[in-house]
Structures are given as structure tokens and as C-alpha cells.
Design a protein around this ligand. Structure first.
Ligand SMILES: [Zn+2]
Length: 314
């Protein structure tokens, strides 16, 4: 690996100013202060926390490089001191829309209407907390291509993307919610795609990979993918636990799939199947105000918990 040291240096210089590490939740006072200060110095030692119920994201870090010869030839991230976010940005994606109705319930309920309703109410609930900025990928009954949804989330510098759906199954008995994150296989395919695109556009945050060796590009994009995957999985765990307190889960509640909407490798992303429209009982539940409030509150609480537990900046 002749380029190994170059890769390590590139990774370090690009990510060290923009990645911070988790502190134990008990040390976190509130996350009003969480995004205010980022250390422009080399990473501190990683605080690893053991938890019985939740695997914390594991960060990889490099030692301070002693060689600076490559410094001018590799991309530079914004100085950390300039990265200030007042509120985490939550991107809510209402699945389907326009000519794509999604699943259809036995009694005629359309998935695209359910997802928009839940997305709108979740936005309101999150904004009412005063803690988050919320972006919707669609606000009305229109068709939005999947890649445009991901692009929207990236453009908004989303800290998390939540795609809302309602499922359908040939067996009308099947019911319960589930939470998906991006599969490893699809993630790897996406890395290859982004390497090819990286000379035309920025594919990971504000990092400019134009003209870099493919080895360097691959290492950086892969690192971002893995880190984002850790965050996505941690969030999906919290989400499934919170929703499971009030709503019936599907067996194997947390799942992986190659859904296109989850392919923003720099935006932690989950897709929630809120329930089955093919199950008459659940179709009625999904339409009811009471059930909607339960789900919206559970998701809101999960988002709250996630941002308290994981102090980070991507
Ligand atoms: Zn759907």
C-alpha cells in the first residue's frame, strides 16, 4: 500500500476538525451548547462508553501526522471554529406523492396521504420544542424523485433524515412498525458511485475531493459511510425502542435495505414503516388522531434522546 500514509494523513486533515466525540450522556447538560464549540485542535482521545442496551458509534482516529509535505495537495475542511450550528437540522421525508400513491389500504387509504400527514405533524411537534430546525422533502401531494430527496437533505446539511412510509403485505394479518437503515451492500455500491462523481461535485459534506487519487477518495468516502452508518444505527435503535413502548412492532423491528432515500453517505438516515395499510385494523389506527399523536411523540422523544446522547458534528 504505497499510498497508505497519504490516505491516513488525508483522512486526518479532512475529518479531524469536523468530528467530535461522544461524551457520556451524564456529562451532557443540554444540547443548546452542544454545537457551539468545536475544538480546532487534534482529536482528543475517543471516549468509549459501554452500554448494555445500545452500541455507541465507534470512531476511528489517527495520530497527529508528522509529515506535512502533502498538506498543500489535499483538500481542506473549513476551520472548525467557523462551524457553528444553532439547532440540529431534522429532514423529514414523506414517502411517495403525486402520481406515486404508494401502498393502498383495504379501505382506500393512500400511503402518500398518511406519510404527508405524519410528516407535517412531526414537523410541528419538533418545531414546538424550539430545539430543532425542520426541513420537509415535500409539503404537498407532488412527486419528488428519490435522488432529489437525498439531495435536499444534503443541501440542508441535515443532521438526520427520517423517511416515513406505510407498508403493504399479501398476508393481511401482518402488522407492526419497522425501522430501516442502509444495507452494507448498497452502501458499498454507493461509495463506488461517489468516487466517480467526486470530480464533478462535492459528495461528502464540504470536502473537495477533485483531482485526488482514487485510493484517497475511496478511503475518505468509506470513512464517512461507516461513521454515518454508526449514527444511523444508533438512532434506529433509540427510535425502535421509543416507538415500541406505545406501538406494536413488527418482528425483527430493525432492518437493513438498499432503499435509495437512505443513500446520503454524509446524512445519518432511517426509514420508518409506520405500519401495514394491508391490515385493516392498522389502516384504521394509522388514520386516527390518537395513534398519530403517539407515533409523532415517540419519534420526537427519540430525536431528543439521540441528540442528547450523541454530541457530534458532521
Ligand atoms: Zn412506501
Amino acid at each position: 500500500m504505497k499510498n497508505l500514509s497519504k490516505i491516513f494523513i488525508a483522512i486526518f486533515l479532512i475529518f479531524s476538525p469536523i468530528v467530535t466525540f461522544s461524551e457520556p450522556a451524564s456529562l451532557t447538560k443540554n444540547y443548546k451548547n452542544k454545537f457551539e464549540i468545536l475544538q480546532p485542535t487534534a482529536p482528543k482521545s475517543v471516549v468509549k462508553k459501554q452500554s448494555e442496551t445500545l452500541a455507541e458509534p465507534q470512531f476511528q482516529t489517527q495520530k497527529t501526522p508528522t509529515i506535512s509535505a502533502l498538506q498543500n495537495s489535499i483538500p481542506k475542511a473549513k476551520p472548525a471554529s467557523m462551524i457553528i450550528k444553532e439547532k440540529p437540522v431534522i429532514v423529514i421525508d414523506a414517502g411517495h406523492g403525486g402520481q406515486d400513491p404508494g401502498a393502498l389500504g383495504k379501505n382506500g387509504t393512500r400511503e402518500k396521504d398518511i406519510t404527508l400527514r405524519y410528516a407535517t405533524e412531526l414537523k410541528r411537534a419538533l418545531e414546538n420544542t424550539g430545539k430543532f430546525r425542520v426541513v420537509l422533502t415535500r409539503t404537498e401531494d407532488v412527486f419528488v424523485p428519490l435522488n432529489a430527496r437525498v439531495a435536499r437533505a444534503r443541501r440542508a446539511k441535515g443532521d438526520i433524515l427520517i423517511s416515513l412510509h406505510a407498508d403493504s403485505h399479501p398476508n393481511s394479518e401482518t402488522k407492526g412498525f419497522s425501522v430501516y437503515t442502509l444495507s452494507e451492500e448498497r452502501g458499498e455500491r454507493e461509495v463506488k458511485k461517489l468516487i466517480e462523481k467526486s470530480d464533478q461535485e462535492k459528495v461528502i459534506g464540504d470536502v473537495d475531493l477533485k483531482g485526488q487519487d482514487n485510493d484517497v477518495k475511496a478511503a475518505i468516502i468509506d470513512l464517512a459511510k461507516n461513521e454515518t452508518k454508526n449514527f444511523s444505527e444508533s438512532f434506529s435503535f433509540i427510535l425502535a425502542r421509543n416507538l415500541g413502548k406505545t406501538v406494536q412492532p413488527l418482528q425483527n423491528t430493525r432492518r437493513e435495505a438498499g432503499f435509495a432515500v437512505l443513500t446520503g453517505l454524509d446524512v445519518p438516515s432511517v426509514l420508518i414503516e409506520l405500519g401495514y395499510l394491508s391490515n385493516e385494523e392498522e389502516e384504521e389506527l394509522l388514520k386516527s388522531k390518537q395513534h398519530r399523536e403517539k407515533i409523532v411523540n415517540a419519534i420526537k422523544d427519540a430525536i431528543d434522546e439521540y441528540f442528547i446522547r450523541y454530541k457530534y458534528m458532521i
